[in-house]
Design a protein around this ligand. Structure first.
Ligand SMILES: [Zn+2]
Length: 183
């Protein structure tokens, strides 16, 4: 049996992440999660992959860390809800796999470049999924845990929608817009 080259796996998945626009810091976080590969990516390798795919160095600066951003308009709420819900469905595969599958379902990439006009960037999607998914999984086991962002079914259409801990009932942006139009 031929052993698979683990670095090759890292480079392959890293290239997908770079096409999705994930910065080197996010790429490193995704690729160094437990259960992702038998070996870990290095920050240097992640920067190299980013440069190779995008033709310019990975932008520096802070990675996202703001929960409020996801709630600031209807487009963000709908896209964030979809990303988090898909990751939730794939939660048994681990955070990294759930994230990559969820991103690719929302933002398919082709060989010619990344998807245009992402509503939630690859970095923001990683923040959302890596911070909220584990606490959502814990919350189903232990009642005293409340994630900062979780999913509630829209009371009108039933679609899973991101919600704050103090939200008890949710109406998704699509349904609340419809209500405004019907008035
Ligand atoms: Zn709805």
């Amino acid at each position: 049996m031929v052993r698979k080259n683990k670095n090759q796996d890292i480079e392959r998945v890293g290239s997908i992440l770079a096409r999705l626009g994930a910065r080197a810091g996010t790429m490193y976080a995704v690729l160094s999660q437990k259960n992702m590969f038998g070996t870990r990516a290095s920050p240097t390798l992640c920067r190299d992959i980013y440069l190779q795919i995008n033709g310019h160095p990975s932008p520096s600066g802070q990675l996202p860390s703001n929960d409020k951003w996801y709630f600031e308009n209807g487009f963000r709420i709908i896209r964030s809800s979809r990303l988090l819900y898909l990751a939730w469905l794939w939660r048994d595969h681990g955070i990294s796999q759930a994230y990559i599958r969820s991103m690719l379902a929302c933002e398919p990439v082709d060989e010619n470049g990344g998807p245009p006009g992402q509503i939630v960037s690859a970095d923001r999607a990683w923040y959302l999924i890596s911070h909220m998914l584990p606490s959502m999984v814990m919350a189903t086991r232990m009642k005293n845990i409340t994630p900062h962002i979780r999913l509630l079914a829209c009371r009108s259409c039933g679609n899973p929608t991101i919600a704050r801990p103090d939200n008890r009932i949710m109406t998704c942006p699509a349904c609340s817009n419809k209500k405004d139009v019907d008035k």
